[in-house]
Design a protein around this ligand. Structure first.
Ligand SMILES: [Mn+2]
Length: 292
């Protein structure tokens, strides 16, 4: 984010339609674990709002898109009030609501994740809707459902960087390779360092200026930092590396919204992921620093 803004924290405590369960417990844990303090170092009056879907009984796909609609409204309102929207969600696909509320026309996405989230209903083998979030964002699937989210239109593939991925399925890799999405995977970051990410970000910079930063906490190295959830694979970014990467994004772009997702506190007994997540919040909400 550029100039100082207060932060609107939008809490989406759901995993696959279930409130407070598994990764749905992550947002509350972040809030109770010191989020307000992390934000107050940058601004005096963060606000907190929790979304409440009405669909009963909850259903994975329907509730995910209902949540997106609610998040879209919250993000739109926050931006209209000059506030910075920070969305804490169980699932990554809440990002569809965030980008819809921010307006996708000239928007870029920098998506940090161990997984590609690039499956479609035709390629998924888990049936997990959350494994499709980035594919939805660029218009590859669930087009009718996404079209019902106020403000949604697909983000241009060329405006998307996927960073830190190390667990993509072959069908996802094929569709990524055929797409305009820039992939800076964890292996490449391991070999080349963050220069690889800098190159991809500079490639984006010609096209647009406004960026949504998406942080699936399982981008973190499960061994060196800690497991963010049951799906966290080995490898990935260290805390300092991730903070440097976020600084590279905010130094280049106007970060207009951010999302933190996929945090299951039961896998973070010693709190190291929590500590890193709060440091990421500070990095994402602090004034921009020059590009490195
Ligand atoms: Mn994800």
């Amino acid at each position: 984010m550029g100039d100082y803004q207060d932060v609107s924290v939008i809490v989406v405590p759901y995993d696959s339609g279930h409130r407070g369960v598994r990764m749905g417990a992550g947002p509350g844990h972040l809030v109770e674990g010191g989020l307000a303090e992390a934000l107050r170092t940058r601004g005096p009056t963060p606000s907190f709002a929790t979304v409440h879907p009405e669909g009963d009984p909850p259903a994975e796909v329907a509730t995910a898109f209902e949540l997106d609609g609610l998040v879209s409204g919250q993000v739109r309102d926050a931006l209209a009030e000059g506030r910075f929207p920070l969305v804490l969600s169980g699932n990554c696909n809440a990002s569809i609501g965030t980008i819809s509320g921010a307006g996708t026309g000239d928007l870029g996405i920098v998506w940090f994740d161990a997984h590609a989230d690039f499956n479609t209903p035709e390629t998924t083998t888990s049936g997990f809707t959350d494994g499709m979030g980035l594919a939805v964002a660029v218009g590859h699937c669930w087009r009718r459902m996404a079209g019902g989210v106020p403000g949604f239109s697909p983000v241009a593939e060329e405006n998307v960087v996927l960073a830190g991925v190390r667990d993509a399925q072959p069908a996802e890799e094929e569709r990524l390779a055929a797409s305009g999405v820039s992939v800076v995977d964890a292996n490449r970051i391991g070999r080349e360092g963050l220069r690889a990410l800098a190159g991809a970000l500079d490639g984006l910079k010609t096209g647009m200026d406004r960026v949504y930063v998406h942080l699936d906490l399982d981008v973190l190295d499960a061994e060196k930092v800690g497991g963010a959830n049951e799906f966290a694979p080995e490898g990935g970014l260290g805390t300092e590396e991730l903070l440097a990467a976020l600084g590279m994004v905010s130094g280049r772009f106007d970060v207009v919204a951010a999302g933190i997702a996929s945090y299951d506190p039961t896998f973070d007994a010693d709190g190291r992921v929590l500590k890193t997540a709060l440091a990421c919040v500070e990095a994402l909400t602090s004034p921009a620093t020059p590009a490195v």
